[in-house]
Design a protein around this ligand. Structure first.
Ligand SMILES: [Zn+2]
Length: 505
């Protein structure tokens, strides 16, 4: 395991030139707002920042200059790389996905434990696996490196450019995880799990003093690792959930969040038995949210995972404290926890909601998969309640997966959409990629020559539906983090004909 920060060369800090991208850019800059921008120029600096955007370029409006000539004349810059997909209607740029709730250490348990209720599932599957990361020998580092490399690679290849992770109680392998994020090229919030009593599985717990010591080790190490002026890896304070944390620990973590200016993540109201347990353990607190609030753990940097069975009063508190919810529909279905009324949270309660895979309660490490599932779960909820208004749209789901996620991780001005000053954390979607599961037909494609902008936009919206419901990682052909290409599946592909990389125009 590398022990010196200077040995790590962050992939998302590698040397790159200014790059001009030209093509179709699709994003949801605000809730309910889908913007499809054809023939759009996006300029990205060598630091990975977007510093130029020109949407819907039409040569006839600019003396018939080509898009590149227009950029050169506008910026007086002739030295840049150029990537052009504007002529290919099956390709478009999307903001990278942000997964706001994922347990890196549980990755090997994906697909295991169907329909086992939360508290049994933790004892039978989760705690024994997480405990393997605490063995006091070199084997644990090998074990951790194997698991952690795979989960980062898998999520990145599915277009997740940023994620908020839970690791385990172990500080050494948690620091190793942060190093791997940098090496592989994914932005990550790293949460060492804090839990100082575990009444049902005593082998897996830490003392309060161990927790303090471990948190200090992690904060110190990540301060060394993270490149100056960047947010590539950052610790996130992670009390696992109230039933396994002492009041003393919760209080200390709340204070630590303030003194170190660190974000917080935890679980809330996932399962009815869990809520009863919290009520029994904290009889002086009116509800689950109050337990966290009493210990200063609810603020605008808090991510609350699941939040299925919230009371009206809890929703009000979560809104007032400006916390975000991480909605995990796949996990909530797999372990039968329930259907969270997300449409109501978003539009009535005005709570920020993002999406989480919740590996391995959730079996799908792809946020595209979670987009599918959140829409389907909301349809089931609507059938149950009879309220059509409970149904989530494709636009809602994309928003939660991108800009909602950016807000949740405290980077709304840096990630989640295409805006000046934001980081180029982006995925290129190709519906016509090799062995794609998506079939498109010529009359469905929004070509340049469509003429009618409205018609072209409608066709693109239909293609988004095809991508979401029948697409997968094969359609995510390139991924950039911090302006650096970190995944490229287009090597040796016929599709490379669409890429022009030129210098010194
Ligand atoms: Zn979880």
């Amino acid at each position: 395991m590398p022990s010196n920060a200077s040995l790590i060369e962050p992939k998302a800090m590698s040397s790159v030139s200014y790059t001009l991208y030209y093509g179709t850019f699709i994003h949801t800059p605000s809730l309910g707002d889908l913007e499809i921008c054809f023939n759009t120029l996006v300029g990205v600096t060598a630091a990975g920042d977007i510093d130029f955007i020109h949407k819907n370029y039409r040569p006839e409006e600019h003396d018939y200059q080509t898009a590149v000539q227009f950029f050169i004349n506008n910026r007086k810059n002739r030295h840049f790389d150029y990537v052009d997909y504007s002529q290919d209607p099956t390709k478009f740029f999307m903001p990278g996905f942000i997964d706001t709730h994922i347990h890196a250490s549980q990755f090997p348990n994906i697909g295991i434990g169907l329909d086992c209720p939360l508290l049994d599932w933790l004892n039978d599957y989760t705690f024994p696996l997480e405990n393997k990361f605490t063995d006091s020998n070199d084997e644990k580092l090998k074990f951790a490196k194997n698991v952690y490399s795979k989960v980062i690679q898998k999520t990145l290849t599915n277009g997740t450019t940023c994620a908020s992770y839970f690791t385990t109680i172990d500080p050494h392998t948690t620091n190793l995880f942060a190093e791997l994020l940098l090496e592989i090229g994914q932005r990550g919030f790293v949460g060492k799990v804090c839990m100082d009593h575990n009444d049902t599985y005593h082998d897996y717990e830490e003392s309060f003093e161990d927790c303090v010591d471990s948190m200090n080790k992690i904060i110190e190490r990540m301060a060394q690792l993270n490149p100056a002026e960047e947010t590539l890896v950052k610790p996130i304070i992670t009390p696992r959930f109230a039933p396994v944390c002492s009041r003393k620990m919760l209080k200390w973590l709340g204070k630590l969040s303030v003194t170190q200016d660190l974000p917080i993540q935890t679980h809330i109201s996932e399962n009815k038995k869990e809520i009863e347990l919290v009520h029994d353990m904290f009889p002086d607190c009116e509800d689950y949210a109050t337990v966290y609030d009493k210990h200063n753990l609810l603020n605008s940097q808090t991510i609350l995972a699941h939040a299925i069975h919230l009371t009206k009063k809890e929703r009000k508190m979560i809104r007032e404290k400006k916390c975000s919810i991480s909605h995990c529909p796949t996990s909530n279905t797999f372990i039968s926890s329930g259907e969270a009324p997300i449409k109501q949270y978003l539009y009535n309660d005005k709570i920020n909601v993002s999406l989480g895979t919740d590996v391995s309660g959730g079996f799908d490490s792809s946020i595209l998969g979670i987009i599918k599932h959140c829409i389907l779960v909301s349809h089931h909820l609507a059938m149950k309640t009879g309220r059509q208004g409970d149904k989530l749209t494709i636009i809602d789901a994309i928003y939660m997966a991108t800009q909602g996620g950016a807000k949740a991780v405290g980077m709304p001005d840096k990630l989640g959409s295409f805006e000046l000053g934001k980081k180029f954390d982006v995925q290129l979607i190709d519906l016509d990629s090799k062995e794609s599961n998506v079939d498109t037909f010529e009359w469905q494609l929004p070509t340049q020559h469509e003429g009618d902008h409205k018609k072209r936009t409608k066709k693109m919206e239909d293609l988004l539906g095809k991508w979401i419901f029948s697409g997968d990682d094969r359609n995510c052909v390139k991924v950039w983090c911090n302006g650096r290409l970190v995944i490229n599946k287009m090597h040796y592909s016929r599709d490379d004909r669409w890429v022009m990389v030129e210098k010194d125009f």
